[in-house]
Design a protein around this ligand. Structure first.
Ligand SMILES: [Zn+2]
Length: 403
């Protein structure tokens, strides 16, 4: 049996008055999810362990069975894995935004629209001027880059720059959480201040200011950690000889790579409602011909949830069903080797709240010959009666892989 997990990021939601007190999964027209739920089995999964924030990196790696108390290292190391930077055991990897500072305040966390190619020029310039045996800058995507500090201490209090628009940056500089981290905090703060001097005079930023655009005039490191000690899925589940991850999101790509999966890039996969659903479905079908396991992640529903856009989120759920789950189901049912399909969100992103919650999510599992339970539709409410009950930890992935 081969296995595919289809993940609609942030797809779960709350009951919405405008929808007659239905959730979006209840209200949306989703014939394929409902068919798989009806012919398969359903349950709920706690994807965010107590004490952890409901980030996508936490929820997605929990779905794959990783115990966050053992592997959680934050974004930096996952982004390092995503862009292919190998970390030595004493390397601390930390997310490094290019941000815009105006009159001593953080104007924004992303300098508006910054293209990767533009940012690459600035990151290479910083590496040339500030890089050393210990300090390495790596280009990531758009405004999201990476700083690796050899021998860095990760016990730092950093501020995510998107949380503090308009605030003075000086009081928000990095602080040590333990005395041993003071040297690293001092080093990073020195890099921030030096980057501001260097970037202010860079021709790219002078040009941007002349054009009335926000200059990328400071680095802002946050979320540092070490390489997570993640056992590859091929070791935990020897029936996986080869597996793949398909996603537009760097954090998920990093988790996939650390879990021992190969990354498949799909042209036109944007992470938004206009993503290439058909291309992602086709890539998954092709991967299932050569691989035993595919993790197919679609970000669109989460973004619509963050935008608080009910209509758009409904559309992303219906698109996932009709343009992605449907074609995959229709293709793999003719495979010689049966394919087990799981569909689930990683966490709710309620449109009413516009951010993630840590409530349990519904999941379905379907494969040819599975004994169906009584649940007829795929949604948060029906899943309460699912025969799997409520799983936590690696309960879902163990059930999915071993049956
Ligand atoms: Zn998510």
């Amino acid at each position: 049996m081969k296995h595919i997990i289809i993940l609609g990021d942030g797809m779960a939601d709350w009951k919405v008055k405008e929808l007659g007190d239905k959730t979006l999964l209840q209200y949306a027209n989703t014939p394929y999810m409902d068919l798989l739920a009806k012919n398969g089995r359903v349950g709920r999964l706690k994807t965010v362990a107590d004490g952890f924030h409901p980030g996508s990196e936490v929820a997605n790696s929990s779905i794959l069975g990783y115990d966050q108390s053992k592997v959680y290292e934050g974004r930096g190391p996952l982004e390092a894995a995503s862009i292919g930077v190998e970390l030595a055991p004493d390397d601390m990897a930390i997310r490094c935004n290019l941000i815009c500072i105006e009159n001593g305040n953080i104007k924004n966390h992303s300098c508006g629209r910054l293209e990767t190619e533009e940012a690459d020029v600035l990151i290479k310039f910083l590496q040339e001027k500030l890089g050393s045996e210990r300090v390495h800058f790596y280009t990531g995507i758009q405004y999201r880059h990476l700083l690796v500090i050899k021998g860095g201490n990760k016990h730092l209090k950093c501020t995510p720059p998107h949380d503090v628009p308009g605030q003075p940056f000086m009081p928000l500089l990095v602080k040590p959480e333990i005395p041993e981290a003071k040297e690293t905090a001092d080093l990073i703060n020195d890099l921030i201040l030096k980057s501001q001097k260097l970037l202010a005079d860079h021709p790219f930023n002078k040009q941007r200011v002349a054009e009335g655009k926000d200059p990328a005039n400071s680095i802002w490191p946050w979320a540092g950690g070490y390489r997570p000690n993640m056992t590859p899925l091929t070791v935990t589940y020897p029936q996986i000889k080869r597996g793949a991850v398909i996603t537009a999101v760097d954090l998920i790509r990093g988790i996939g790579r650390l879990a021992g999966l190969r990354c498949i890039n799909v042209e036109g996969a944007t992470g938004l409602y206009d993503t290439n659903y058909e291309g992602k479905a086709q890539a998954a079908i092709e991967a299932l011909k050569t691989d035993d396991f595919v993790y197919l992640h679609v970000e669109a529903s989460d973004e619509a949830g963050h935008d608080g856009n009910l209509k758009l989120k409904l559309q992303t759920i219906e698109d996932l069903d009709r343009r992605l789950i449907g074609p995959i189901y229709e293709a793999v049912k003719n495979f010689d080797e049966p394919v087990s399909i799981a569909v689930l969100p990683d966490h709710p992103t309620p449109v009413a709240l516009r951010t993630h919650t840590n409530e349990p999510i519904p999941f379905l599992i379907y494969y040819p010959g599975i004994e169906a339970d009584s649940v007829q539709t795929f949604d948060e409410i029906a899943a309460v009666d699912g025969s799997y009950g409520l799983f936590e930890g690696d309960g879902f992935i163990n059930e999915f892989m071993n049956n």
